[in-house]
Design a protein around this ligand. Structure first.
Ligand SMILES: [Zn+2]
Length: 242
């Protein structure tokens, strides 16, 4: 078996965090990383300034601790960081931080490939076949999708949904209402802003998309499909729910 990281230096951990940053667009690798060797806590993320990651030296160095486990602990704490810097509770689950392992944290776990259980579950890793390929993928974060989360939240005021689900919803909207279904490059007319082109879309609900439009004056905004008209064969078509 390939042993990538049996000695867990701060450098190695920071490397793993940097690879996660490449996927999330965040800056976790700039935070301090502390080690301690006491207690049962395997890791922590400190929300208050100075923000930092901390890991349990004893657990990391224990020969019975697998690399997959260590990487999961790092990702678990990274998910806390993710929730913190994106204010994810505004978009997923709780309106306040009632618990640090709520729906928003679980959602972040999905985005960073962490096991979304509150306590580290050693049993989960006991039967795990950890191939060189798995190890490499986890180390490089090549097993998780790329999503620049802060610009995404800023633009859409919503979290991304799974690609397959988005495709299915889009197909439904297109079938039901082709004249109000938008693709990148479509021309649109807004009653006040004038003509523009579709730069990006996401499903809004089962009937309409959210559409990001660049206007001729150089400005851009997000609209729901009913707020704009699509130019079809030179004619502006008003949205009608079907
Ligand atoms: Zn936690």
């Amino acid at each position: 078996m390939l042993t990538l990281t049996k000695i867990w230096t701060e450098e190695k951990i920071r490397d793993i965090i940097r690879h996660l940053d490449e996927k999330t667009g965040l800056g976790g690798a700039t935070l301090p990383i502390a080690f301690n060797s006491y207690g049962n806590r395997l890791g922590y993320y400190r929300y208050v300034e100075p923000k930092a990651f901390g890991f349990n030296r004893k657990f990391f160095d224990d020969p019975s601790t697998g690399e997959a486990e260590v990487i999961d602990v790092i990702r678990h704490e990274y998910a806390h960081y993710y929730v913190d810097v994106t204010n994810l509770e505004l978009f997923v689950g709780h309106s306040r931080r009632e618990t640090s392992h709520g729906d928003n944290w679980k959602w972040a776990c999905k985005m960073v490939g962490a096991d979304p259980t509150r306590c580290h579950n050693a049993a989960l890793f006991m039967g795990k076949i950890w191939s060189d390929k798995d190890a490499m993928a986890a180390y490089n974060a090549s097993d998780i999708p790329k999503c620049d989360i802060i610009p995404y939240l800023k633009r859409w005021n919503a979290v991304p949904i799974n690609v397959d689900t988005a495709n299915k919803i889009n197909a439904r909207i297109k079938e039901r209402n082709p004249d109000s279904y938008y693709e990148i490059g479509d021309e649109v007319l807004h009653p006040e802003r004038g003509f523009g082109f579709v730069h990006d879309t996401i499903p809004y609900d089962y009937f309409a998309q959210k559409v990001y439009v660049h206007f001729e004056d150089g400005s851009s905004s997000v609209f729901t499909a009913p707020e704009i008209c699509k130019i079809v064969d030179g004619v502006a078509v008003t949205y009608r729910r079907k």
